[in-house]
Design a protein around this ligand. Structure first.
Ligand code: NAD
Length: 475
C-alpha cells in the first residue's frame, strides 16, 4: 500500500497517527497517510519562516527557473499522480491526468507572471515615489478534495512566484496526490522550508494554520461555512484572506441558442466529476420555446455517459467521493420529487456487481423544478441537472441571481447584444457565454456574494500574495 508522509523543512516526517484512504470505487485501501497535529503545523510554519529571507530575496529569474523545473517534474510524474488521485477520490483517470497536467501549466504560467512583477516610478517636483510589490510572508494554503492537485497549484504557483513561503494542508479525504505534487515541486531544488505540506483535520492542523501569527495570509478553497469561520478567526490578526467558496451556477439557454452545443455543455458541466465541482451547472433555465427540444437532447446525451471503474480510460463518470456526498444528493432529489419534480433519468444507484461496493450514483435529469426545492438553492455537489423553463429575459436574470452564491454562470445565445446585456447583469465572478468553461490562467477566478473574496489565477491572483510599498525619495 502507498504511504503518504508530511514534508516539513525539506524532510519527510511521520505524524502522531495515520489514516487509511479507501478507494471510493470499491472501498479497497489505497494509501496510509500520516496524520499530524497542531504542533506539526507550527513546525511547518516555523520552517517556512526560516526559509522566507532567502526565498523572498532570490532573483525572479531563479524562482522562475525553479517553477519551470517543478512543472516539468510534475509532467513527468503525471501518470503516477493521476492514478493516485483517481484511486483516492474517484475521478475518471482521463480527468485526473488532465488535472495534473493543468497543475503543471499553472506553475509555468506563474513562473512567467512572476517575472512581470513590475512597480511604478512617479516623479513629482523634488520628490520621487517608488511603488514596489513585496511578498506577504509565510502563507497557509488550505484546499478541498474535489480538485486536490489543480487547486493547490493555483495557490503554490503565485505564492512561490511572488517570493512567499508556504505551508499547504490538503483535505483529509484526498491528501495523497496533493502530497505527491508538493514532493515533485520540492524536487526541482527548492530550498528546505519554502514549500511544506502537513496532514490532519481542519479543526486542529487547519485551525493552527489559520490562527498562528506566523502565517500572514490564508488562501482557502472549500465550503462557505468553513470560509466564514476562517475569516472570523483571521480577523483577530487582521490577516489577509483569499476565500474560494461554494457555488450554485445557473445556465441560461435562450431560444436563439445553438441548442445542441448548450445541451452538450450542460451535460458536461452538470455531471463532470460527478457534479462535485464548485462551477458545476446547478440550475438550468431554458426558454419555453426550445425547452422540449433542449431537454430531449440533454437526456439523450446523459444516457450515453459511461459509468464505471474510474481507472478505465473509457469511463466518463466514476463514483462520488464518499457516502456522505451520495446521501446528500439522494436527499436533494427526494426533496425535489416530494415538491413536484419529475425525474427523467437517474435518481438512483446503478445496478450490477461492479457498483456494489462503490459510491456510485446515476446522473440525474429533472424537470418541473422550482426555487422551493433544496437543489435549486443549496449546493448539491452531486450529479443532478434540474431544468426549469422561463418566458423572458427579465425572468431568466431574476432566477439566475436568486441565490446567495455568485461564482460562475453560463449563458447560451446567438445574440451578441443579449450576451453582453445579460452577462453584465449576472451577479457572479465568471460568466461563460456559449462556453461551458470559465477557467483560463490569464483571467481572474473568484466569487461574488457568499462564493468568496479575492481572485486566483492571472496577474490579479499573483497580487494577492504581495504587499504594496511606497518608498518616497526626497531629492
Ligand atoms: P471543506 O470546507 O470541508 O474543507 C476544505 C479544507 O478546509 C480541508 O482541507 C479541510 O480540512 C479544511 N478545514 C476544515 N475546517 C477547517 C478549519 N476550521 N480551519 C482550517 N481549515 C479547515 O470543503 P470540502 O468539502 O473539502 O470541499 C468542497 C467545497 O469546496 C464545496 O463547497 C465547493 O464548492 C468548494 N470549492 C470551491 C472552489 C472555488 O474555487 N470557489 C473550488 C473547489 C471547491
Amino acid at each position: 500500500m502507498y504511504r503518504s508522509m508530511m514534508l516539513i523543512n525539506g524532510e519527510q516526517v511521520e505524524g502522531a497517527s495515520f489514516d487509511i484512504i479507501h478507494n471510493p470505487a470499491n472501498q479497497e485501501p489505497v494509501a496510509e497517510v500520516v496524520i499530524g497535529e497542531a504542533i506539526d503545523a507550527v513546525r511547518a510554519l516555523e520552517a517556512a519562516q526560516r526559509a522566507f529571507p532567502e526565498w523572498s530575496s532570490a532573483s525572479q529569474k531563479r524562482r522562475c527557473e525553479l517553477l519551470h523545473d517543478a512543472a516539468e517534474i510534475v509532467r513527468e510524474r503525471a501518470d503516477h499522480i493521476a492514478e493516485l488521485l483517481t484511486m483516492e477520490m474517484g475521478k475518471p483517470i482521463r480527468d485526473s491526468r488532465r488535472e495534473v497536467l493543468s497543475a503543471a501549466d499553472t506553475l509555468d504560467y506563474f513562473a512567467e507572471e512572476g517575472m512581470r512583477n513590475i512597480g511604478d516610478w512617479i516623479s513629482t517636483g523634488d520628490t520621487r515615489s517608488i511603488v514596489t510589490k513585496q511578498p506577504v510572508g509565510v502563507v497557509s494554503l488550505i484546499t478541498p478534495w474535489n480538485y486536490p492537485v489543480e487547486l493547490l497549484a493555483w495557490k503554490v504557483g503565485p505564492a512561490l512566484a511572488s517570493g512567499c513561503t508556504a505551508v499547504a494542508k490538503p483535505s483529509s479525504l484526498a491528501p495523497v496526490a496533493a502530497t505527491e505534487f508538493v514532493m515533485a515541486v520540492n524536487e526541482a531544488g527548492l530550498p528546505p522550508g519554502v514549500l511544506n505540506i502537513v496532514h490532519g483535520s481542519g479543526d486542529t492542523v487547519g485551525a493552527e494554520l489559520v490562527t498562528n501569527p506566523i502565517s500572514r495570509k490564508i488562501s482557502f478553497t472549500g465550503e462557505t461555512s468553513t470560509g466564514r469561520w476562517i475569516m472570523e478567526a483571521a480577523a483577530r490578526h487582521l490577516k489577509r484572506v483569499s476565500l474560494e467558496l461554494g457555488g450554485h451556477a445557473p445556465m441560461i439557454v435562450f431560444d436563439d441558442a445553438d441548442i445542441d452545443a448548450a445541451a452538450s455543455a450542460c451535460v458536461r458541466r452538470a455531471f463532470g466529476n460527478m457534479g462535485q465541482v464548485c462551477i458545476s451547472v446547478n440550475r438550468v433555465y431554458v426558454a419555453d420555446a426550445i425547452a422540449e427540444d433542449f431537454t430531449e437532447r440533454v437526456l439523450r446525451r446523459t444516457l450515453k455517459l459511461r459509468i464505471g471503474d474510474p481507472l478505465d480510460p473509457e469511463v466518463d463518470l466514476g463514483p462520488m467521493v464518499s457516502e456522505r456526498q451520495r446521501r446528500k444528493t439522494r436527499e436533494h432529489i427526494e426533496d425535489a420529487v416530494r415538491k413536484g419534480a419529475r425525474i427523467l433519468c437517474g435518481g438512483r444507484e446503478p445496478e450490477g456487481s461492479l457498483f456494489a461496493r462503490g459510491y456510485y450514483f446515476m446522473p440525474t435529469v429533472l424537470t418541473d423544478v422550482d426555487h422551493t426545492m433544496r437543489m435549486m438553492r443549496e449546493e448539491t455537489f452531486g450529479p443532478v441537472a434540474p431544468i426549469m423553463r422561463f418566458s423572458g429575459e427579465e425572468e431568466a436574470v431574476r432566477l439566475a441571481n436568486d441565490t446567495e452564491y455568485g461564482l460562475a454562470a453560463y449563458i447560451y445565445t446567438d445574440s451578441l447584444r443579449r450576451a453582453v446585456r445579460i452577462a453584465e447583469r449576472i451577479e457572479a465572478g465568471s460568466v461563460g457565454v456559449n462556453l461551458g468553461s470559465v477557467i483560463d490562467h490569464h483571467a481572474p477566478f473568484g466569487g461574488w456574494k457568499q462564493s468568496g473574496i479575492g481572485r486566483e489565477l492571472s496577474h490579479r491572483g499573483l497580487d494577492e500574495y504581495m504587499e504594496i510599498k511606497h518608498i518616497r525619495l526626497g531629492l
